[in-house]
Design a binder for this molecule. Structure first.
Ligand SMILES: [Zn+2]
Ligand SMILES: [Zn+2]
Length: 835
């Protein structure tokens, strides 16, 4: 009976024991200084927002990163594996409004709760480098970066149409508008408002952000494609049409086109309804104003519905004319609902013969259609619109006969010479609007003085502290503007009365550079020591959700380039490799509180243990695919861990006694066991090096344990030499360590080891031992697979042929027939031609 109790796997006893030991020895998971001489490895999981509760998506994300970190430690690397909190943001303000808890207290108690959950999962983080973005020790550096960027012209202020979420009562970045709605409020339509806003000039890096994607071959192709599309580069020409009007002052209407070679086919100029010239026309024409307002309304509705690309095209003629600068031809000016004010110049030339959209519009409104490009070979009967660039110009005066490409170049040169246009590369990417009319964010370190205008807060006055305990209301505008103590300040330049900026920064600022701070988290002189960051960067492996592909992952690439240009770092990109894990779903939908299908990590840990929950989240699906959560599966992994526990515990005394003993050349069952072991080592090592199919790694460990258990009789009878038993159990426990760290640590101790398993050396596969001495060869009859035969790995073709012919299935199928020919491909295949 005593034995039974001893053999029971009890994660509720094992796990807290090891968690306490780990907490008492923080050096275990701590990064070492560069002087340690080991190669470095920086593994990073995206930092969570402190909502107060980890969800299974987190558990999956962190289980992947933790397995990798542990593996790299055991491979002898100096590993940096940090964790922190993306702690500014709206939910804290909403909670304050609802529960009258100050955002800071709410946030900090959530952090404490989630940290406790992380410790309960046994995640091996270096807590000495913990970063909490809502603390002044961190956000002062947001302010410092803001000022450096301001000095470099990378920060500016302008009045602009902004996306306004009435629910958030704040501005959203373009990236935060999803299908016309707020990214946080999926059913709240985003409004357009005019506000003076602060911007980061991310477009200054548009080309570099695009070019850099080519070198990021350790990033998923889908992420690179999403970023490429988001940056949206198009090459073309800006050309000025001229407004036909009285007087000498010529009003220019600048249009952007990718096909200036078709300009002689332009039969109208089309303006966005918000274009300033349209405003001028409508001021003098009430009827036109009504029509334009309607177009604006249609555009707004389409934007809200999220299908601007599919908007039903409407337009209205202004009655005014524009003059083509190349040939003086006059064309009507229209206003159209599908022209966007914030894309290109908000004006286009319409060439119906060579553009699908223009063709549709011209057909609908009866505008002229003039062909100016013809295919190179075919001259008659071309169906319009003809949109290919493989053609030559016609109906284009002196340019007739030029190829499209040559004409584009020539017409650009003429525009430059005539000062009515130039080659132009445009990007879909817009500057990053960072102003938020929120309380719970980084105060923008600028001061408005009536005498001096905009004045920077001097560095020695940083951080500009967020005032504590202010009343949160949701009446719109910046909450900080209602705190006189905060607002009123002496101008740093003239000493006179001045006012602080009351907007705070977008929280994506916080996550744009947090991973640099991890390398030197307690520095109070600079954001981080450059030498330390140079040692650790780039991040070797970044792991997170694909939903961050265009927000966080573009902003942080931008921030890295800015820091490089400030001389703080050498790397161009933050992360060498990026891995985006799949979602955790249950009952066919993404797990979420609102859908009522969320599974609590605490509950799983309570029922099955942290090791089982973690191992299941790696085992249930390849990490890049969605994982369909099944509690049965967690229970299954838990039963497997109990089997490992029984097996190792049972034979640990044998293994322990054999520590340090030399292993003789193995034969028979011992050799079979070692072969399986070394095949498993090779497979798991290879997976960690690149393929990352941890689900098959866990399956391989299960197979290995099955093989060992099948030899239980031999093990019990002492037929397998003790040094082999030692090698088998020791390696099994090492292989388990990245996936089930508590159980591995406990069994490691049982095997008589005193050093932490994390400091043990990852096992190396011996190719000689791993090599199979037999091989399975498929046997075909007339090209159809019939059976497989086992032969010695170095069997001669004659022996393979004999084995195939001796096979029962082969004999029954060839009975009474003639084997006309036997083809043997050694090591691969036998094919019998039978008549
Ligand atoms: Zn919102
Ligand atoms: Zn002043």
């Amino acid at each position: 009976m005593v034995e039974d109790i001893e053999l029971r796997y009890d994660p509720a006893a094992i796990e807290p024991k090891w968690q306490q030991q780990w907490a008492a020895n923080p050096a275990l998971y701590a990064a070492e200084p560069a002087s340690c001489g080991k190669p470095k490895y920086y593994v990073l999981e995206m930092l969570p927002y402190p909502s107060g509760q980890l969800h299974m998506g987190h558990v999956r994300n962190y289980s992947i990163g933790d397995a990798l970190a542990r593996h790299m430690w055991m491979r002898g690397y100096n590993v940096l594996h940090p964790m922190g909190w993306d702690a500014f943001g709206l939910p804290a303000e909403n909670a304050a409004l609802k529960n009258h808890t100050p955002p800071r207290e709410w946030t900090q108690s959530n952090i404490a709760a989630m940290k406790r959950q992380m410790l309960r999962l046994g995640l091996g983080y270096d807590w000495a480098t913990e970063v909490t973005t809502c603390l002044p020790e961190y956000y002062r550096w947001n302010q410092w970066f803001f000022l450096r960027m301001y000095e470099k012209g990378l920060v500016y202020r302008k009045k602009s149409k902004v996306n306004w979420c009435p629910e958030c009562a704040t501005v959203l970045a373009n990236e935060q508008v999803v299908d016309g709605c707020c990214w946080r409020h999926e059913t709240t339509l985003v409004e357009q408002r005019d506000l003076v806003q602060w911007f980061f000039r991310i477009t200054a890096y548009a080309q570099e952000l695009l070019d850099g994607l080519e070198k990021l071959d350790g990033w998923p192709e889908k992420v690179r494609t999403m970023q490429r599309n988001w940056i949206g580069r198009s090459e073309g020409t800006e050309v000025d049409f001229f407004l036909e009007e009285q007087g000498t002052e010529k009003t220019r209407i600048r249009v952007f086109t990718t096909r200036v070679d078709t300009i002689f086919g332009a039969t109208s100029v089309q303006l966005a309804p918000q274009h300033e010239l349209v405003t001028r026309f409508t001021a003098a024409d009430p009827k036109l104003k009504t029509q334009v307002d309607e177009l604006i309304e249609q555009q707004k509705k389409a934007r809200e519905a999220g299908d601007l690309g599919a908007i039903e095209k409407h337009g209205v003629s202004t009655g005014h004319f524009a003059v083509n600068p190349y040939n003086g031809q006059r064309v009507p000016i229209w206003v159209a609902n599908y022209i966007l004010a914030d894309y290109g110049t908000g004006a286009i030339m319409s060439v119906p013969a060579h553009d699908e959209r223009d063709f549709e519009f011209a057909t609908k409104y009866g505008l002229d259609i003039v062909q100016v490009i013809k295919p190179v070979l075919k001259s008659e009967g071309v169906e319009l619109p003809f949109c290919s660039e493989e053609g030559v110009l016609v109906n284009s005066g002196e340019y007739d006969g030029l190829s499209c490409e040559a004409a584009q170049k020539r017409l650009q040169e003429i525009a430059v010479r005539g000062t009515f246009g130039e080659p132009k590369v445009t990007f879909r990417l817009k500057d990053w609007g960072v102003s938020r009319q929120r309380y719970w964010g980084t105060p923008i370190p600028m001061i408005h003085c009536e005498r001096d205008g905009l004045v920077q807060v001097p560095d020695e006055q940083l951080p500009v502290m967020l005032p504590e305990r202010i009343e949160i209301t949701q009446q719109g505008g910046s909450p900080l503007s209602r705190v006189p103590d905060f607002v009123n300040v002496a101008c740093p330049k003239c000493g006179g009365p001045a006012k602080r900026e009351t907007d705070t920064m977008d929280t994506f600022v916080d996550s744009s550079w947090y991973f640099y701070r991890y390398t030197d988290a307690n520095n109070n002189k600079v954001p981080f020591d450059s030498a330390v960051a140079r040692y650790w960067f780039p991040i070797d492996q970044y792991i997170g959700g694909v939903e961050h592909a265009i927000l966080h992952l573009i902003y942080s690439r931008f921030w890295t380039k800015v820091m490089r240009d400030l001389g703080l770092i050498d790397n161009d990109e933050p992360a060498r490799r990026l891995f985006t894990q799949g979602m955790v779903i249950k009952d066919g939908a993404k797990m979420s509180k609102s859908k009522g299908n969320a599974v609590s990590p605490d509950e799983m840990v309570g029922r099955y243990g942290a090791d089982a929950a973690r191992m299941y989240s790696l085992f249930a699906a390849p990490p890049d695919r969605d994982l369909d959560w099944q509690e049965d599966g967690v229970a299954g992994v838990s039963r497997f861990l109990a089997r490992v526990w029984r097996l190792v515990t049972k034979y640990a005394p044998v293994a322990r006694a054999a520590r340090g003993q030399q292993m003789e050349a193995p034969t028979g069952e011992a050799l079979k066991q070692l072969r399986k072991l070394h095949q498993t080592i090779a497979k798991i090592t290879l997976d960690f090096e690149g393929r990352w199919h941890f689900n098959t790694c866990v399956a391989a460990i299960m197979e290995l344990v099955n093989t060992m258990q099948a030899a239980d009789a031999q093990l019990a009878a002492g037929e397998i030499p003790a040094p082999v038993v030692h090698e088998l159990l020791r390696s099994l426990v090492l292989l388990l360590a990245p996936f089930a760290p508590h159980l591995a640590a406990e069994l490691w101790e049982q095997l008589g080891e005193t050093e932490p398993i994390l400091r043990a050396v990852w096992p190396v596969s011996d190719p000689e031992l791993a090599r199979e001495d037999e091989l399975e060869i498929p046997v075909q009859i007339n090209g159809k697979l019939v059976t497989v035969v086992r032969v010695a790995i170095d069997a001669a073709p004659k022996a393979i042929e004999a084995a195939a012919l001796a096979d029962e299935k082969v004999q029954s199928r060839t009975a009474g027939k003639t084997v006309a020919k036997v083809i043997v491909v050694p090591g691969k295949l036998v094919n019998l031609v039978v008549k």
